[in-house]
Design a protein around this ligand. Sequence first.
Ligand code: SF4
Length: 260
Amino acid sequence: MILTHRPAPNLQTLTGDLIALLEREKRRGRDYLRLGPAGRQTLAVLTASVAAGRPGTPARMRSTAGPPRIEAGPALEQLHEKIRNCRSCPLGGGRRQAVPGEGPATADVMVVGEGPGEEEDRLGQPFVGPAGELLTRMLLAIDLPREKVFIGNVVKCRPPGNRNPEAGEIRACFPFLQEQVRLIKPRLLVALGGVAARALTGSERGISEIRGKSFSWEGRLVIPTYHPAYLLRSPEYKREAWEDLKKIRRELERLIANDL
Ligand code: SF4
C-alpha cells in the first residue's frame, strides 16, 4: 500500500478560508454570524492576524518598525462602532444603518465611493448589488481579490433618494474617513466617481478630466476613476476605466517594491 503524505492545513489557513467564506455569504445576503461588538472585534483580530501571516504578505506588514499593524484591527472596529452610533449630520436620521466599510485592517488598497445606496443601507455593507459586483470584477481584473481591499465611502449613511451627499454632510463625516486611513495605512487609495474624487483630491474638475491621474492625500497616493454604477450606465467608458485600473496595478507594484 502506498501512503501519500499531504500536509495538514494549519489553523491560520482554515481560519482565513472560513472568514473569506463568511464574508462572501454575507455579501449575498446570508449573514450566518450575527455578531455583537465583542464578536466583531474578535473577527477583526482574526482577519488582521490571517492577513499579516499569509504568504506573500508585504514585508511592511511584518516589519518590526513602528506599531504592529495587527493592532489596527480592534481600533478600526471601535471606530466602526462609533460610526454605527453617529448622528452628527442629518443623514444619521434617515438611514436604516450606517455603513462604515469593510476589509482587512492591513489592506494595501482602500477604495472609496461616495455613500451607501439602498441595498447597502439595508445590509450594512458597502458596494453590494450590480455596482458592487462590477467593482469586485474590476478589482479581480488587476489581481486584487475583494477580500484583500478595504472598501468604504466618503459618507457612511445613505443620502435620501440616492442623491449626492451635500458639502456639510461630507464635512461632518470626513474625520471618520481620515481616521480609517490613519489606522489602515493603505499604500494607495482609489477614489470612485466625482464626489469621492473631489473629496480626496480637492480638485473641482470633473471625474473625466482627473481620472487616472495621481494625487496625494494624507501622504498617500490617490488615483480617481469612474464609479462602477456610472460604468453600468455608460459602458463606453469601461475602456478608460481599464486604463486606470492598469495604472493602479502598476503603481501598487511600485509602492510594494519600494516598501512605501
Ligand atoms: S453620514 Fe457620517 S457624520 Fe453623518 S450621521 Fe452618518 S456617520 Fe455620522
